[in-house]
Design a protein around this ligand. Structure first.
Ligand code: CA
Length: 376
């Protein structure tokens, strides 16, 4: 079996109502899918970014190769980057897309789900929390608090909101109102998307210290290890980050120096399933919980579910619990036609868990008419 063709699809869908976070406003959703087809007609789907890099730099390295050789092909792609400029950057997202598609293909070729190829599941369903509660025009308090109540009614046991987009006083009022609305038994997290320096992040964290926040995500610049260490030493809640880092080499100092309590690698950017498995093993050995970052189509949701199903608890426990020892996966609930329509049945949660797909490969069926409709 050899790789015959590699195609990329840049998808977009408009949003009915724009929403914001500390770095900007979003008016449409975008993603990049890749489809690898073999000479005997099998197809594998991946998700990432940088379709030009996929088509011009990486695809020529894979055409004609055996797609089962995932380790060797990952090295082949990475070495081309390493040898060329010593940096990965956006190309990490291109490698990720191709790597995920290779795992999907390997599963289809062997009639095994990706979780089985990874050595087998430790859990059949993965705990999730709702990501939403973004900034919208004229939202506060009614629309925001209604959204939070909606997640509780849907059965979510945890949810995450944004900070860093308003004055400290207004953000504090917003988070405080959310905690009062959902009560003490639902996990609540905040995410600054790198919007503060260490001093300001610590000031906000201290003002919110009585709200039993489970974690404070990306309080500072993702590249500023010293700022992470300063924030983590000063605040009582767990500090989370890592969605913007790529490869085990970028994660290494943050893990070994314990800059995070919770690490959040993103499978469509960090280097795909192959590399994320390595990052997760490093994190586990460092005593750092892996709660994967997820913001994309059913392709990367499925890839993340398969990997998350194989992660050991951190640390082992007789009755391991989400948020304590078990991984908790992000489940984006903001509007996205791509996420809801790419597969006939979108992923959904029940009691804050999602079942791991059981079909071969990623275990999803991509609707190519939807791919064509949403392609730019
Ligand atoms: Ca985030």
């Amino acid at each position: 079996m050899k790789i015959a063709t590699i195609e990329t699809f840049d998808l977009t869908c408009p949003l009915g109502r724009p929403f914001g976070w500390s770095q900007g406003w979003i008016e449409q959703r975008n993603t990049t899918l890749v489809k690898i087809t073999t000479d005997d007609g099998l197809t594998g789907w991946g998700e990432g970014a940088a379709s030009d890099l996929i088509n011009n730099l990486l695809a020529p390295l894979l055409i004609g190769q055996d797609p089962i050789d995932r380790n060797g092909l990952w090295e082949r792609m990475f070495h081309a980057l390493y040898n060329g400029n010593n940096a990965v950057g956006l190309a990490g997202s291109a490698v990720s897309a191709l790597d995920i598609a290779l795992w999907d293909l390997a599963g289809k070729a062997t009639n095994l789900p990706v979780s089985a190829l990874l050595g087998g599941k430790i859990r059949d369903k993965v705990a999730v929390y709702a990501t939403g509660l973004y900034y919208t025009e004229g939202e506060f308090p009614d629309r925001l608090l209604d959204e939070a109540r909606g997640y509780v009614e849907m059965g979510f046991k945890g949810m995450k909101t944004k900070v860093g987009g308003l004055s400290l006083k207004d953000d504090v009022a917003r988070v405080r109102a959310l905690r009062e609305t959902i009560g003490p038994d639902i996990s609540l997290m905040i995410d600054a998307n790198e919007g503060y320096n260490a001093t300001t992040a610590i000031r906000l964290g201290r003002e919110l210290a009585d709200l039993d926040l489970v974690w404070f995500e990306e309080p500072v610049n993702a590249q500023d290890l010293d700022a992470y260490l300063e924030v983590k030493a000063a605040l009582p809640m767990a500090i989370a980050g890592g969605e913007n880092l790529r490869t085990r080499y970028e994660f290494k100092p943050y893990l070994t120096q314990r800059a995070y309590d919770i690490v959040q690698p993103d499978i469509m950017h960090c280097g795909g399933i192959t590399e994320m498995a390595r990052i997760c093993a490093m994190a586990n050995a460092c005593g750092i919980q892996v709660n994967p970052h997820v913001w994309g189509s059913p392709v990367m949701i499925a890839a993340t579910l398969h990997l998350a199903a194989t992660l050991p608890p951190c640390p082992p426990a007789r009755n391991a619990q989400p948020y304590l020892q078990e991984p908790v996966m992000e489940f984006d609930r903001t509007p996205s036609v791509i996420r809801e329509e790419l597969c006939a049945v979108p992923f959904d949660q029940e009691e804050s868990f999602i079942q791991v797909p059981e079909g071969p490969g990623l275990g999803i069926e991509v609707d190519e008419t939807v791919v064509a409709r949403l392609s730019i």
